[in-house]
Design a protein around this ligand. Sequence first.
Ligand SMILES: Nc1ncnc2c1ncn2[C@@H]1O[C@H](COP(=O)(O)OP(=O)(O)OP(=O)(O)O)[C@@H](O)[C@H]1O
Ligand SMILES: [Mg+2]
Length: 294
Amino acid sequence: MTSGWRNRAETIFKPGRKIVRDLTVLDHLGGSRKVDIYLCRSRELDDVVACKVLRPEFRLDFSALAAVLHEGELLTRLRHPNVLEGYSVGLQPHPRIVMKHLTGQTLETTFFEGNHDAFQLSDFVEVASQIADGLTYLHGEGILHLDIKPTNIMYSDGHVTLFDLSVAKEFDPEEPFKDNAGTRDYMAPEQTTRGYVGYTTDVYGLGVVFYRLLTGGNMPYQTVEIASDEPDENPTKQLDYASPPVPPSEVNSSIPLEISDIAMRALALDSKDRYGTPAEFKAALHRAASLTVR
Ligand SMILES: Nc1ncnc2c1ncn2[C@@H]1O[C@H](COP(=O)(O)OP(=O)(O)OP(=O)(O)O)[C@@H](O)[C@H]1O
Ligand SMILES: [Mg+2]
């Protein structure tokens, strides 16, 4: 395993320090502006675990605190083979989620930083199917993930686990998405514009991941910079929805048209034109794969 310490000199807990009495830090696994994820030894569980900890400067930030507690509540309640399992949530002295340590590497590292050629179409179909299974479970529990992307999906020996439920929310068809959350390149237009998000919003995220798997890492829509009217302001970045994605079968002639079409339908800009649910996506994928993938 590569150590995260080198990339994150400012991490709060160094190896050997305790987050709470039960949890001794072994390594730094990752993090973002508000949280760090540590590999820890749990004396109580007699095992290594992963622990997501809110960085101390955000302890009085109510929305950051609420986000950790909400994610912790979801991870400790939900149980599915393709969704990360949470063990416990704690508040004092450091707001945290204790969860299963996922071995393996993210999809990003495995497929887009690693040797993409080492995998076959049947591997991409399998990965997409397992993401669909995890999403189908979450949706059945009334939860939208809303941040499906390769760095939020772990891959280990052909097994896929969805994690990072920090953007996830309860599905409410009456309420527009109001958070400024998600990852632009993987977000359906209705999430970017804070419209009504639903099951098909996660189908879009799955569509971006599947498109990248099929094309060796290409993004379906390109990012463009829009100059600001104000002289001092930096340009804003947007996706160029006016230029439709190049179908995967045109990027790579070994991808059957039937499979390529599935990625394209999942990426439709109008949510009504996508598969209605991840289960519909998976059923269509399996139909196409049974005809075309050996
Ligand atoms: N349970 C886990 N087991 C192993 N590694 C993990 C685990 N949870 C998180 N990580 C590592 O930490 C990184 C960041 O975790 P996570 O995506 O949950 O945090 P985040 O702050 O919401 O990140 P981002 O904003 O970058 O999406 C992951 O990409 C992964 O490498
Ligand atoms: Mg993440």
